[in-house]
Ligand binder design. Structure first.
Ligand code: NAP
Ligand code: MG
Length: 397
């Protein structure tokens, strides 16, 4: 008998190879076991184009309403894609649209399997990374200083027109200068999203910045994190986890010696760099999950990778593919487990956990797609094709 999922899950379909995998996952792993009320939004590039991208906004709105969504990877069109799919225009990144509507933060977490050893020996549990996705050098103004002159930072108050001016540097020759900013609102949203995620996962929360050097800019980040963590101290105690502030270089050093299991909240640039380090340290993009969490605790789960275009083109030519479906499966299990937790339906949560265990067992039994076969120890004699892998997981389940 199917397990009933009480409240709706917002489903966002996507593009190319991941769209093909998406259907297999639903048909073979989910629908035979679960009675779900899926609110379906087709974010495939053609449908986004037909609806002038309204469908993306509608999907984000539905996540706001129901609280839990699961998203397939989607094409972010560039000039080449506009031509390829004959689009009206190069629509914005759906992830960007959804993120800004929900004011969310993206967390990435690797899936750990025993036979794919992490590059760092001490890493035993996943390290999640939360990247602040607003401001700093990603919204900067830069100027290449041609020669001697004075660079100043000027702020004019909207309230009373008062001007504050600081000298950045008195140049005696050519150089370069940059202005960056952030907003207290965005930092606070980020801190709250990180706290919600850490408490949800019952993991320690680390935040690192350089407030010894940047007492005001980085100092504000530290101040906001400290305040927000203090406001939730009861919840931290209840979850049995703690919040730790470290200087960023200390955090980096400690990560390399840690077991894992923490959420590492990173400022924008640190998150950009460190998420790639952590992803490659744990093995493969195909094992990296991603979830968008809003300050109001709305969740959108997805795989961290894209639509795996190269494999899709092979598939279109009729060639066999070996595309890893694990991160997409875990996007579903993440959403289903969250739905079950919010609904208070433990059988739904335990189905998600069983499916995750089935996937991990299959890989640990030596059945895996090509991307993993090359890094597994021992390396399997042959790799599984896209559909084969999902069929074997279905059997295990
Ligand atoms: P990609 O889809 O992440 O794939 C890049 C390469 O990584 C693949 O060609 C493949 O390497 C490997 N790979 C990634 N995921 C894999 C998986 N599940 N199984 C096996 N190998 C995997 O990035 P892309 O090809 O640069 O981008 C394609 C499209 O995805 C773009 O239109 C982009 O806009 C979109 N995108 C969407 C999202 C999102 O929706 N969240 C994120 C990123 C990119 P090999 O070819 O060597 O096998
Ligand atoms: Mg990066």
């Amino acid at each position: 008998m199917a397990i009933t999922v009480k409240n709706p899950i917002v489903e966002m379909d996507g593009d190319e190879m991941t769209r093909i995998i998406w259907k297999m996952i639903k048909d073979k792993l989910l629908l035979p076991h679960l009675a779900m009320d899926l609110r379906y939004y087709d974010l495939g590039i053609k449908h986004r184009d037909e609806t002038d991208d309204k469908v993306t906004m509608d999907a984000a709105q539905a996540v706001k309403e129901y609280g839990v969504g699961v998203k397939c990877a989607t094409i972010t069109p560039n000039a080449g894609r506009v031509k390829e799919y004959n689009l009206k225009q190069a629509w914005k990144s759906p992830n960007g649209t959804i993120r800004s509507l929900l004011d969310g933060t993206v967390f990435r977490k690797p899936i750990i399997v025993k036979n794919i050893p992490p590059a760092v020996r001490s890493w035993k549990k996943p390290i999640s990374i939360g990247r602040h996705a607003y401001g700093d050098i990603y919204k900067s103004v830069e100027y290449r200083v041609p020669g001697a002159g004075k660079a100043e930072l000027v702020f004019t108050s909207a309230d009373n027109g008062e001007r504050v001016s600081l000298v950045v540097h008195d140049f005696t020759g050519p150089g370069v200068v940059m202005g960056i900013h952030n907003t207290e609102k965005s930092i606070r949203s980020f801190a709250r999203a990180c706290i919600n995620y850490a408490l949800g996962e019952k993991s320690e929360l680390w935040f690192g910045a350089k407030d010894t050097i940047s007492k005001t800019y980085h100092g504000l980040f530290k101040e906001v994190f400290d305040q927000e963590a203090a406001a939730r101290s009861v919840d931290f105690a209840k979850a049995g986890v703690r919040y730790r502030y470290m200087l960023i270089d200390d955090a980096v050093a400690q990560i390399m010696k840690a077991e894992g299991g923490m959420l590492w909240a990173c400022m924008n640039y640190d998150g950009d760099v460190m998420s790639d380090m952590v992803a490659s340290g744990f093995g493969s993009l195909g094992l990296m999950t991603s979830v968008l969490v809003s300050p109001e605790s709305k969740y959108v789960y997805e795989a961290a990778h894209g639509t795996v275009m190269r494999h899709y083109y092979e598939h279109l030519k009729g060639n066999p593919t070996s595309t890893n479906s694990v991160a997409s499966i875990f996007a579903w299990t993440g959403a289903i487990a969250r739905r079950g937790e919010l609904d208070g339906t433990p059988d739904v949560v335990s189905f998600a956990k069983r499916l995750e265990a089935a996937v991990i067992n299959v890989i640990e039994d030596g059945v895996m797609t090509k991307d993993l076969a090359s890094i597994a120890e021992p390396s399997p004699a042959k790799f599984a094709l896209t559909g084969e892998f999902i069929d074997i997981v279905a059997k295990k389940l």
